[in-house]
Structures are given as structure tokens and as C-alpha cells.
Design a binder for this molecule. Structure first.
Ligand code: AMP
Ligand code: ZN
Length: 488
């Protein structure tokens, strides 16, 4: 079986050849932890979780590195007002590292809710300042970077002058880039507007600052990923992933930094996950067109008519290929829920099937299994894989109705193959409906008792019910239509 991966750099599906036979080094750009991740961010991380799970299932030993950006991600190349962390510290009246901790914890909680596996290494930008300073020094020594007024910039024109090609990933032409550049703050320090910051001088108001050979400052965003990916995966590694929107400038700059430092391309396969849209527009915090994962799961939003279990959200995401745009909608979620329930029902039904070798079956297990694995190894084609799973579902229900037969060996093989594909590779989880129903009934009783206590002005008891539940992570919400609850 040959694994094919679409390489964004070449624009082609290529046969995957790891640097070290049987091993894969994979780096995925992590979140900038200055606010809660939205559902769009989750889609990208989930896409790479599926890819990580698939590689592992196919027998590769994967070292999966996903960083945490906890410093230096400016909204543009400008001053302190564009630093997301510094802005948020003012808004929330917290220390930068409190902001970082708060949203890192939230990020982990959200990903766990959607059953994402943790990466093998999760390095932080602030934990790798020394490496970033060293890389900056190396780039200056090699003539690819220059200091200007306490900041250090990468010299894009010099890079191209040496026969390299800034723009090779995003297929942008450098002349066009120069023509279209806006007048940005800090640009006066640069030789050319496309030069990007490796190190930025910190103004007196900038609270995130470190000592460096160029005075106090902070690292540029692009450099952190070069520092961390090469530290843990080597100067050239197998796979680099991230959302489509990171292709330019972030990944373009990473390629330039890597080549300028080491005379070799840092990455063999660039993989880009496509965007989640809502109302046909890209989900994004800045436009307000977004939904938080928790809002979808609790139903506290104006967009979806009911809450959806995280496993159903995960299933919905995987019903689209990672390179396709996915527009999330109420109808899409309802359809996924229906499909998910049928799939899980089939898994249950399969346990009670008894083998019967006597008659010839119209279903070839071997053929089916090959098709399923062909989809998986064809650039991780999850929607086609899921379509094949539903062929098996149809067969399982036919077995149940006595309309089909299966041999003992095939039955065992079908069970283990389905388990592996559904739970290990797609990462789906069964939903414990009974427990949820029991919990729901219990909470309804408690809400009723609290209402009775309030009616008879026994506020001590009613408050006690609310506070004790809250301490257990169950929040009661009083609204116009009565009291509801949220599981935190
Ligand atoms: P950020 O924290 O802004 O660096 O984003 C974290 C990841 O989420 C990046 O890989 C982005 O490409 C990705 N991302 C941002 N918006 C979306 C979206 N609407 N759909 C899918 N991925 C997204
Ligand atoms: Zn990155």
C-alpha cells in the first residue's frame, strides 16, 4: 500500500517517502493563546489529528510536534498596539502569562472534548527565546538579515539575489508583493517593505520583553516555528501542517528562514487544511462570524436549533476532506447526527451477528477493505472512507435481517477493521445515551425542587442546590422559559 500526500509546495499528490524509513516527523502550527479557540481553529487541529492517527495506524512511528504561540504574534509587523497578548492583558487586566495559561488550558480542554490526541511535544515560543536569538544571529552572519534600530529583519531581496525564491509556496511573485505593500508602522526601519521581523525592539510600553544582542525585545512570529520545528525534528523534516491561511506569509517565511540558515529546504511535504465557514464566510474572531466549540455543544447559540455532541461535530468535520472548504450549518449537523447514529448502531448490531458459511455472499470483505484503505492512503480521504464504512453498515443490517451471510474469519476481520477505522483512525466515540438521559432526568428533578424552595421563600435551600451543582461543574441558568443547565 502506497501513501499519497498532496504537497502544497508542488501542487501535486506525491507518494510519501519519509526521510527515515518507518518514521515521520510532523510539525503543525499551534494556536495563538490570547483568546478562546473558535470552531474553525478546531477544524484545522482536528484535520491534523486525523492525519496523525492515520499515519500511526498505517504503521509509522510519528513524532508529532505542535507548538503554542505565547508571544510575538503581531496582527501586523507594527508596534505594541498590534501585539495580541499585550492588547488582551489590558482588556482582561491580567499578566501576559496569565492570559497564556488561561487560554492554553481552554485549548487543551476543547481538544480533549473532541477526542484529539495530544502531540508528542508541545513547545512554547517563550520557552525557545534562546534558540530564536541564535537563529537570528546565524541569519545576520550569513548575510540574510540586518539590524535596524534594535530590531532585526530578514532581507527578502538578498534571499532572491542568491537564487532562492521567496514566494515559492504561495506562488506569489516578489515584484507584485512589493507593488501591493501597504505602508506599515516600522517599515521605515526596513530596507524593503516585504522584509519581515526576526526580532522586534520592545517599546517602553511593551511588557513582553527579553534581553538580546540588539537590546530588549521579542521574537517575530515566523521565527518561532523554525526554531521549534528544527530543534525537535531536524533541519529537514517530513511534514509541516497548518491552516490554509498560514501559507503566506507565515510558512513562506519559514521556508526562507530554513533555507537561509541551512542551505536546505526545511520541509518535504507541506500540508494545508482548508477553512471552516459559517454563512458561507470564513469563520473568524475578527469579523464576528464565529461560534465557540462549547456554544455548539451546549446549544447556547442562535445559529443551531439544538446542542450537538462533540463526537457528532467530529464526524461532521471528517465527512469533508481536509483540503475542502466545509460550511457548517444546522442541516449539515442534523445529517451528520443521523449518519453517526446509524454507524454506531451498526457497530452494536455487528456484535450479535453469527457467522454462516453456507451461502455465497454478495459482499466481498477483501474488496471492501482494500477500497477503505485506498481512500485512507489517498491523501487521507475521510469522506470516501466514511462512504465505504456505510457500505459495510448496509451489509451489517442485511446480515441482521438474514439477507446476507459472512464467514467466521471475515466476521472477526470486519469487527476489528471497523473498530480500528471508526475509533482509532477517525477518532469517533460512542455516546453514552443512557447516562445522559439519567443525568438529565435527575437534574430536572433538582431544578423542580429548587423552584419549589424558591416559591416557599426558602432561599437558603434554593441557593444551596444551585451552588452545590455549580461546584460539581453544573451551572443552572434562569431564563424566560424556565431554568436550564449547562455542563461545564
Ligand atoms: P491562530 O491561533 O490564529 O494561529 O489559528 C490557529 C489555527 O487555526 C491555524 O492553523 C489557522 O490556519 C486555523 N484557522 C483559523 N481560522 C480557521 C477557519 N475558519 N477554519 C479552519 N481553520 C482555521
Ligand atoms: Zn507556525
Amino acid at each position: 500500500m502506497q501513501l499519497k500526500i498532496y504537497n502544497s509546495l508542488t501542487g501535486e499528490k506525491e507518494i510519501f517517502k519519509p526521510i527515515l524509513d518507518g518514521n515521520v516527523g510532523m510539525y503543525v502550527c499551534g494556536p495563538t493563546v490570547y483568546s478562546n479557540v473558535h470552531l474553525g481553529n478546531v477544524r484545522t487541529f482536528l484535520s491534523f489529528d486525523f492525519i496523525y492517527r492515520s499515519l500511526t495506524h498505517l504503521g509509522y512511528k510519528v513524532r508529532y510536534v505542535r507548538n503554542i504561540t505565547d508571544a510575538g504574534h503581531l496582527t501586523d509587523d507594527g508596534d505594541v498596539n498590534n501585539d495580541r497578548f499585550v492588547k488582551q492583558t489590558r482588556l482582561e487586566k491580567l499578566e501576559p502569562m496569565e492570559i497564556v495559561q488561561k487560554y492554553t488550558v481552554d485549548f487543551h480542554k476543547v481538544l480533549e472534548m473532541f477526542n484529539l490526541l495530544p502531540p508528542n511535544i508541545e513547545p512554547t515560543a517563550t520557552g525557545h527565546i534562546v534558540e530564536q536569538i541564535e537563529l537570528t544571529q546565524k541569519l545576520i552572519e550569513r548575510g540574510f538579515a540586518y539590524e535596524s534600530n534594535g530590531s532585526v529583519y530578514f532581507d527578502v531581496l538578498e534571499y532572491n539575489r542568491r537564487g532562492l525564491n521567496y514566494g515559492e509556496l504561495s506562488k506569489r511573485n516578489i515584484e507584485e508583493l512589493f507593488a501591493n505593500t501597504r505602508d506599515l508602522d516600522g517599515q521605515g526601519e526596513k530596507k524593503n517593505p516585504q522584509d519581515f521581523a526576526l526580532w522586534k525592539k520592545a517599546s517602553p510600553a511593551h511588557i513582553m520583553r527579553w534581553n538580546s544582542p540588539w537590546g530588549e525585545g521579542f521574537p517575530g512570529w515566523h521565527l518561532e516555528c523554525t526554531a521549534m520545528s528544527t530543534k525537535y525534528l531536524g533541519e529537514t523534516f517530513d511534514i509541516h501542517g497548518g491552516g490554509m491561511d498560514l501559507k503566506f506569509p507565515h510558512h513562506e517565511c519559514e521556508i526562507a528562514q530554513g533555507k537561509a540558515c541551512n542551505d536546505s529546504a526545511p520541509v518535504n511535504y507541506w500540508m494545508h487544511a482548508n477553512m471552516l465557514t459559517m454563512n458561507s464566510q470564513r469563520m473568524s474572531k475578527s469579523t464576528g462570524n464565529y461560534i465557540l466549540p462549547m456554544q455548539l455543544v451546549t446549544g447556547e447559540n442562535d445559529f443551531f436549533e439544538k446542542p450537538f455532541h462533540p463526537a457528532i461535530v467530529r464526524f461532521c468535520f471528517l465527512q469533508a476532506h481536509y483540503r475542502s472548504v466545509l460550511d457548517i450549518s444546522n442541516d449539515a449537523m442534523l445529517a451528520s447526527e443521523k449518519g453517526f447514529i446509524r454507524l454506531m448502531e451498526a457497530v452494536k448490531v455487528l456484535q450479535s451477528i453469527t457467522p454462516n458459511d453456507e451461502k455465497q455472499s454478495g459482499f466481498s470483505f477483501e474488496e471492501w477493505k482494500n477500497k477503505a484503505y485506498d481512500a485512507l492512503t489517498d491523501d487521507f480521504n475521510s469522506p470516501v472512507l466514511i462512504a465505504h464504512l456505510f457500505e459495510a453498515v448496509k451489509y451489517i443490517f442485511a446480515l441482521k435481517d438474514g439477507k446476507e451471510t459472512i464467514s467466521k474469519n471475515d466476521l472477526e476481520d470486519l469487527k476489528s477493521t471497523l473498530n480500528a477505522l471508526i475509533f482509532d483512525v477517525l477518532g469517533l466515540q460512542t455516546i453514552e445515551e443512557n447516562n445522559n438521559e439519567k443525568l438529565d432526568q435527575t437534574l430536572k428533578v433538582l431544578i423542580e425542587l429548587r423552584n419549589q424552595a424558591r416559591k416557599s421563600k426558602n432561599f437558603e435551600l434554593s441557593d444551596q442546590i444551585r451552588d452545590r451543582l455549580l461546584a460539581e461543574g453544573i451551572e443552572l441558568k434562569d431564563g424566560r422559559d424556565g431554568t436550564t443547565y449547562v455542563l461545564n
